[in-house]
Design a protein around this ligand. Structure first.
Ligand SMILES: C[S@@+](CC[C@H](N)C(=O)[O-])C[C@H]1O[C@@H](n2cnc3c(N)ncnc32)[C@H](O)[C@@H]1O
Length: 217
């Protein structure tokens, strides 16, 4: 968005998240915006909408955005429940900001010619990009290091081999940045590969400040 890169490659494994990116970058993003702006939110409307099978990929993208906004903590994984009281007691509407979503989607669509999106496993695709000296690789994995972390219930796709992520990142010719939870395992792997580790404050879904690790080469 700030013209820092000529070309951006994004890789995502999750089918729901992928549908959103595919629709914005390659599908009918205008229809997605129209669906967001015309949706009249209520608990009943949300339940009715999300119980329908998606008509097509663009509709699936809309359902994913809605799900992310109305389910507790934005969790897309199966079994997540709807927001009850939400922020300011606005219930399911408490995190539904249609105008903001529409503006962001339109802004991303404007630069879509510079973004390539792959629906697949980053562990398979990443090796192709490791030799670019001028590249910057950002890895924001689900937080499941140590096997007991929040990522297990936040994301449908959480079975990632984190040691392999570090092994691949260590082979990159360009810059690498990764974010991880502040746990002993990522610190150990970072140390083993001589990465730099910087704890930075972040706000979690409960608006509590906690530390996450920013790991760079
Ligand atoms: C912490 S989230 C990233 C959120 C993203 N950076 C953002 O700001 O919206 C981790 C994401 O990694 C995805 N993921 C997990 N394993 C993956 C893999 N092997 N390849 C690609 N994506 C994967 C999950 O589906 C999830 O959407």
């Amino acid at each position: 968005m700030e013209n820092l890169a000529d070309r951006v490659v994004m890789i995502e494994l999750d089918d729901q998240v992928a549908a959103v990116w595919e629709t914005i970058l390659e599908g009918d993003h205008q229809q997605l915006v129209d669906r967001i702006l015309s949706f009249e939110i209520s608990r009943k409307a949300v339940i009715d909408e999300l119980s329908q099978p998606p008509k097509d990929r663009d509709h699936f993208a809309f359902q994913t955005i809605l799900r992310n906004r109305v389910q507790r903590g934005g969790i897309l994984a199966p079994g997540a429940s709807l927001v009850r009281n939400g922020e300011n007691g606005r219930g399911v509407a408490s995190r539904w900001y249609p105008q903001t979503l529409a503006r962001r989607i339109e802004a991303i669509a404007q630069v879509r010619h510079r973004i390539e999106f792959y629906h697949g496993n980053a562990m398979d695709l990443l090796p192709q990009y490791l030799h670019y000296k001028s590249s910057a690789i950002f890895i924001d994995p689900p937080y499941t290091a140590g096997g007991k972390r929040a990522g297990n219930r936040l994301y449908a796709q959480s079975g990632l081999d984190h040691e392999r992520v570090f092994d691949l990142a260590a082979r990159a010719s360009g810059s690498v940045m990764m974010t991880y939870d502040n746990a002993p395992e990522p610190r150990q792997w970072a140390l083993r590969h001589r990465f730099q580790v910087e704890p930075v404050p972040m706000s979690n879904t409960h608006h509590q400040t906690m530390l996450e690790l920013v790991i760079t080469n």
